[in-house]
Design a binder for this molecule. Structure first.
Ligand code: SAM
Length: 400
């Protein structure tokens, strides 16, 4: 596909998305019917779509909230020539109309005012920050507000976790390098490798297929590394999902039981565990009985720390959804706490930057649950390289 044909495809996918189809579904629908598109084309179209969604507000301020408006503004933001893309040739976007060109010229991107204590709507659009969330994020992030929002406009790096059940980080890096995948150790966690070249080869690589590495964000790895776990400890992963953290805990030698309210979300755990050479017991939804040394509650959240990878979520979140998440977070914390043995630990994690999902939930839990105390609290933002992440470690008093 020519660059112009890729742009036209991205325009059509963005229009479908703006009409209500999730971006991933719109990309899949296109890919199914596009036998002519090679893997490079698919990756390039995907990048165009996700880059546009990450910067949706700033691009829309310049070109309008349509597929054409977003892609035209993206071409300009990248320093490209509009007439090289909007050619009107076969498979290419139609030439821009005088009205579209006038709008693009009028909406030139000046960037946000530096260090403004309060941002105008234009500044917030330039930061690609939803306007209603800006006061919350500014209060929670302080001086990091603008740098974090700028970071969230960029693509996230790909991180791998060296699987300690199979090898260490140096051995994993060497195995990957032998297959042309370059990595560098990342300071966030002793298992973390950042992929610097060959990212698209990872999932077909022997090192991946044989379980030497797993894909996992570096902040998630850091939080699992911070858990007080000794080999043989019994752990309940109460909100296990696809098992990313369950696998990392099992690789540290813990005996892990995985639970999720939606059994289907756990369907990949068995094949992932087999690949990694670890055992994870799966519990049916609601079938949790007894107590564990440590219960991990990796709670459903806004995902505001992961907006580089899930940019749609940034624009979909609203106050009602956030309030519903807060109520669910209180619920899963209380449910998880009921399965911690006296003297054991409850680990609360979210991939959110918002204190209403983090410290405020922990404070509410402590106020309602005598006999518990906070031992450790750690917060990361994308400025550390990985996702934004929160971790609180709570201790249950030993009996009597
Ligand atoms: C952040 S995701 C978990 C990610 C996973 N721990 C990982 O590392 O890959 C949150 C999970 O909580 C689950 N969940 C939501 N409500 C729940 C509830 N009431 N009880 C248990 N799990 C719940 C969701 O289905 C979702 O899979």
């Amino acid at each position: 596909m020519t660059p112009a044909a890729r742009a036209q495809t991205a325009i059509e996918i963005l229009d479908r998305h703006l009409d209500g189809t999730p971006a991933e579904a719109a990309l899949t629908q296109w890919a199914r019917g596009a036998r002519f598109a090679g893997s490079g084309d698919r990756a390039a179209v995907r990048d165009l779509v996700y880059d546009a969604l990450r910067c949706r507000a700033s691009l829309a301020a310049r070109g309008g909230l349509t597929g054409r408006g977003l892609i035209a503004a993206q071409v300009l933001a990248a320093g490209g020539a509009l007439d090289a893309i909007f050619t009107g040739a076969r498979h290419a976007p139609a030439p821009l109309t005088p009205e579209e060109l006038a709008r693009l010229a009028a909406g030139a991107d000046d960037g946000p005012a530096a260090n403004a204590a309060e941002s105008s709507a234009e500044d917030l659009a330039a930061l690609d920050c939803p306007e209603w969330l800006a006061p919350l994020l500014r209060a929670d992030l302080g001086a990091d507000f603008e740098p974090v929002m700028r970071a969230q406009r960029q693509r996230a790096p790909l991180f791998l976790r060296a699987n300690l059940a199979r090898n260490d980080r140096a051995a994993a890096a060497a195995a990957l390098a032998a297959e042309g995948i370059e990595t560098t150790p990342h300071p966030l966690a002793p298992t973390a490798l950042e992929v610097t070249a060959g990212a698209r080869r990872v999932q077909g690589a022997r090192a991946y297929v044989e379980g030497l590495v797993e894909v996992q964000d570096a902040s998630s790895q850091a939080m699992v590394a911070a858990l007080p776990l000794a080999p043989g400890d019994r752990v309940l992963d109460y909100c296990a999902g696809g098992g990313g953290k369950a696998l990392a805990m099992a690789a540290r030698g813990a005996r892990v039981a995985a639970h999720d309210v939606e059994a289907a979300r756990m369907r990949d755990i068995a094949p992932r565990a087999a690949r990694a050479g670890v055992r994870i017991e799966k519990l049916a939804p609601g079938a949790v009985r007894g107590v564990w040394d440590l219960v991990l509650v990796d709670a459903p959240c806004s995902g505001s720390g992961t907006w580089r990878r899930t940019p749609e979520a940034k624009w979909r979140l609203d106050a009602a959804r956030l309030a519903a998440l807060n109520a669910l977070q209180d619920q899963v914390l209380a449910e998880g706490a009921a399965h911690v043995r006296p003297g054991g630990h409850l680990a609360y994690m979210t991939c959110s930057l918002l204190s209403c999902e983090n410290g405020a939930r922990v404070a509410a839990f402590l106020a309602a649950h005598p006999g518990w105390s906070l031992a450790v609290r750690q917060d990361l933002t994308p400025l550390s390289g990985g996702d934004g992440f929160h971790f609180s470690l709570l201790c249950r008093a030993a009996a009597g």
